[in-house]
Design a protein around this ligand. Structure first.
Ligand SMILES: *Cc1c(COP(=O)(O)O)cnc(C)c1O
Length: 427
């Protein structure tokens, strides 16, 4: 598949049926797998043979869909997880443990911020949050000798900050650590972070990849490009023997292309068990088959809605990377030349109260804690996803109190605009 264009990979990637085999991917709804001898099974437990034995670690349906996402991102290995949160957690915990440190963009999804700043801090991993538009000196000052990774979001949810992937990749590499990029909002259709130097990509597949609000899920993809063996002291988990697998050294046995994902599966999935169900993976694959068609339409609708809002007298400000007035327009042209995403944020004149009123008056667009669905939806992050943040943290995360996050679905753009118009007319 690797020579085909991204549209073809969306439709057919990850699965090539043999003669007489099912055209659609089979759902292997089985927790366990049968073997003829204990010896056969022992080899699997020692990671000497590849195969399936228990769906808490790996399942063929999930692996088929992970292989498709791997092709879409241009990676060497990938795994599905139960959620985007699990993907974010595993992506860091696979290479950082108690006493380590991570540099993260401050402009990230609220759930990720909480995971990093509160929960992972309790595990002894410290995060330094930097403004994604900080100076080189500020970025440099964020690194410590125990820094193990840099993290950012291609297009931040909900701030819509466009992350300067190349710049952060260079900074990470200068310090001998990988750049991990959450590519949920852009999807590989609109941006492939590996092409700009990122080393690991994570996804909440719950969003555009699924695209129909039907299954929560996550994914991690490895580019295979980061050379862990150059820094064995920094990444002992990948470069020294794992006693829980009879002394296997992941980089030696699985190479740079496979070490990171194999370790995350063999250790973290084994111990935490954040698996995606084969049924969910099947639904995710249905979404992926039309991802390239849907993304174009989401972006087209969002562009039209953003332009309408920008021209409306009752709208105080509009944030959409596709508007030429946007702070990130030039950066979006570089990283996202075919469009960014379907999410637009804006503030209504009259602040927080007016925002809540407009949301209540919308008919086509529903109030939901969700984005990236075929159906349009909206949310007031300051009172929902980001409610754990104080005013200063909200501003640092690019989420002021009056912000409405509007996720443009696949409906007719004119209906979305008419709906907004009638609501705005009533305030
Ligand atoms: C939703 C989201 C997550 C978390 O994903 P879940 O599937 O809800 O766990 C992580 N990152 C981004 C950018 C998101 O939008």
């Amino acid at each position: 598949m690797s020579n085909y264009r991204i549209e073809t990979k969306c439709v057919q990637g990850g699965y090539t049926p043999g003669n007489g085999e099912p055209r659609q991917i089979p759902i292997i709804q089985s927790t366990t797998f049968k073997y003829n001898t204990s010896e056969d099974m022992g080899k699997l437990f020692d990671l000497e043979a590849s195969g399936y034995f228990y769906s808490r670690l790996q399942n063929p349906t999930c692996d088929t869909v992970a292989a498709k996402i791997c092709e879409l991102e241009g990676g060497t290995a990938a795994m599905l997880l139960s959620s985007g949160q699990a993907a974010s957690f595993y992506s860091i915990f696979n290479i950082a443990s108690c006493g380590d440190h991570v540099v993260s963009s401050a402009s990230i999804y609220g759930g990720t911020y909480n995971l990093f700043a509160v929960t992972m801090k309790r595990m002894g991993i410290e995060f330094t949050f930097v403004d994604p538009d900080c100076t080189d000196e500020e970025l440099e000052a964020a690194f410590r000798p125990n820094t193990k990774a840099v993290f950012g979001e291609t297009i931040a949810n909900p701030a819509l900050t466009v992350f300067d992937i190349e710049r952060f990749a260079n900074a990470a590499h200068a310090h001998g650590v990988p750049l991990i990029v959450d590519n949920t909002f852009a999807t590989p259709v609109n941006c492939r972070p590996f092409e700009w130097g990122a080393d690991i990509v994570t996804h909440s597949t719950t969003k555009y990849m699924d695209g129909h609000g039907s299954a929560v899920g996550g994914c991690i993809v490895d580019s295979g490009k980061f050379d862990w063996t150059k820094y064995p002291d920094k990444f002992p988990g990948l470069c020294t023997p794992d006693d829980s697998y009879h002394g296997v050294t992941y980089t030696e046995r699985f190479g740079l292309g496979g070490a990171y994902i194999t370790k995350a599966t063999a250790q973290l999935m084994r111990d935490f068990g954040s698996v995606q169900s084969p049924q969910s993976a099947f639904l995710l694959n249905l979404g992926l088959e039309s991802l390239h068609v849907r993304m174009a339409r989401h972006c087209e609708n969002a562009q039209r809605v953003a332009e309408f809002l920008e021209a409306h007298e009752k709208v105080a400000w509009v944030n959409y990377p596709g508007l030429s007035s946007n702070k990130y327009y030039d950066r979006a042209q570089k990283y996202l030349p075919n469009g960014s995403c379907g999410v637009v944020s804006f503030g209504v004149s009259g602040g927080r109260e007016a925002a809540e009123k407009v949301m209540k008056l919308l008919k086509v667009t529903a109030i939901e804690t969700h984005v990236a669905d075929a159906r349009s939806c909206c949310l007031h992050p300051a009172s929902a996803t980001h409610r754990q943040m104080n005013e200063q943290e909200l501003i640092a995360a690019g989420v002021p109190g009056d912000l409405i996050r509007l996720s443009c679905g696949l409906e007719a753009a004119d209906d979305l605009i008419d709906d907004l118009k009638q609501a705005l007319d009533q305030i």
